[in-house]
Design a protein around this ligand. Structure first.
Ligand SMILES: [Zn+2]
Length: 162
């Protein structure tokens, strides 16, 4: 991370910007298979409980040994490229999901991904290029920090099998 860990100490809402370099498909728990496209996926979530953003992002930056959430299955085959986040006790994830869905070029690769418990079409969106954080900030109307995760270990996408 380029920012200090203390930025993540409290609760907040976040977006994971995932880079995918492969085609094929991955089973997302009991939901469905997701057909991978090279490009970017953005997953929106919030971490308002114990451990806050710090514990949640630590979870996402590793490849989970035991996938639990939908995003864990996708994370195993993609790199986390950036994290966008806001430190706030309010739950912004559904509003963020709506804004992400409306950004230019947004696709919904798998309806209900990450949104089993809410009315959003999904909490995962796909883009050919990383969406503009400037446009995103304008539309969510709350401060959004950005952290680039290039220092972190990459997923298996960099191995010869990809
Ligand atoms: Zn939602």
């Amino acid at each position: 991370m380029t920012r200090s860990e203390t930025d993540f100490a409290g609760p907040g809402t976040y977006a994971l910007i995932l880079a995918c370099r492969q085609t094929g498909s991955v089973q997302i728990g009991r939901l469905s298979r997701l057909h991978l496209q090279p490009g970017y996926y953005v997953y929106v979530g919030s971490a308002l409980g114990t451990g806050g953003l710090q514990a949640r992002l630590r979870h996402h930056l590793q490849i989970p040994a035991r996938p639990h959430w939908h995003i864990d299955y996708l994370r195993a085959v993609c790199d986390v490229r950036e994290v966008w986040f806001t430190s706030d006790t309010a739950r912004f994830e559904h509003r963020w999901a709506k804004v992400m869905a409306g950004l230019p070029g947004a696709g919904v690769p798998l309806p209900r991904f990450g949104s089993s418990d809410c009315a959003c079409v999904a909490h995962l969106f796909s883009y050919a290029r990383v969406p503009s954080i400037r446009v995103f900030r304008q539309q969510v109307k709350t401060p959004v920090s950005r952290s680039v995760t290039s220092d972190f270990a990459r997923s298996g996408c960099h191995r010869a099998s990809c």
